[in-house]
Design a protein around this ligand. Structure first.
Ligand SMILES: [Zn+2]
Length: 195
């Protein structure tokens, strides 16, 4: 019988005190795919924030703790069922995470990872809900302390982060740049008219 290679497992987190974390069962090489991520198509099926208001408190907490959000809504688990979240839902945030995204939106190692290391990623690589905010106590010297759904805007200026951004965020950055380009050409045209 053929089994899929065992790569990750759940254990008590070292970074999120009292929480659960995901750990490497084997050594993982830089650029190696760790697990399926979030395909870009899922971003067109977000649950609108308007519906969030009608969820009970327990479900709202699950959404805030686990779901990737955008300005429009959040990405729900399979079958909208939080009773069966798979392991990759438990990756914690770190400002200097060892995982990022490839062009398919899957999780890949951004450096060589040792067996037994906790696997984390920078939530700024994918989160774009403008109301998202969390405290970070990761040990990195560049820890941002408060992580928000707007971090992608300045992280996109950092080449090492940009390389591992989720394709959905890359599309947002392109839209942003196109808008700025448009404003710039409008400004220039405006100046041209006044000259
Ligand atoms: Zn941090």
């Amino acid at each position: 019988m053929k089994f899929t290679k065992l790569i990750i497992e759940l254990k008590p987190s070292r970074i999120d005190n009292g929480g659960v974390g995901v750990f490497a069962v084997v050594a993982i090489k830089k650029r190696e795919k760790v697990t399926d991520g979030i395909p870009i198509e899922d971003f067109s099926g977000v649950v609108p924030w308007g519906e969030f208001e009608y969820l009970n408190k327990e479900l709202q907490k699950k959404v805030m703790d686990f779901c990737v959000g955008t300005s429009e809504g959040f990405i729900p688990p399979d079958d909208n069922d939080f009773n069966k979240l798979s392991i990759e839902w438990y990756f914690n945030h770190s400002c200097n995470g060892n995982l990022g995204f490839d062009k398919n939106g899957d999780f890949i190692a951004i450096r060589d990872i040792k067996k037994g290391e906790e696997l984390t990623y920078d939530y700024g690589l994918i989160e774009s809900n403008p109301n998202f905010k969390m405290e970070c106590k990761c040990p990195d010297i560049n820890c941002r302390h408060i992580i928000t759904g707007n971090d992608w805007k300045f992280l996109s200026k950092d080449k090492s982060k940009m390389k591992y951004m989720h394709p959905f965020i890359i599309s947002l950055i392109r839209q942003d740049q196109a808008m700025k380009g448009m404003t710039k050409s409008i400004d220039e045209a405006d100046r041209g008219l006044r000259m």
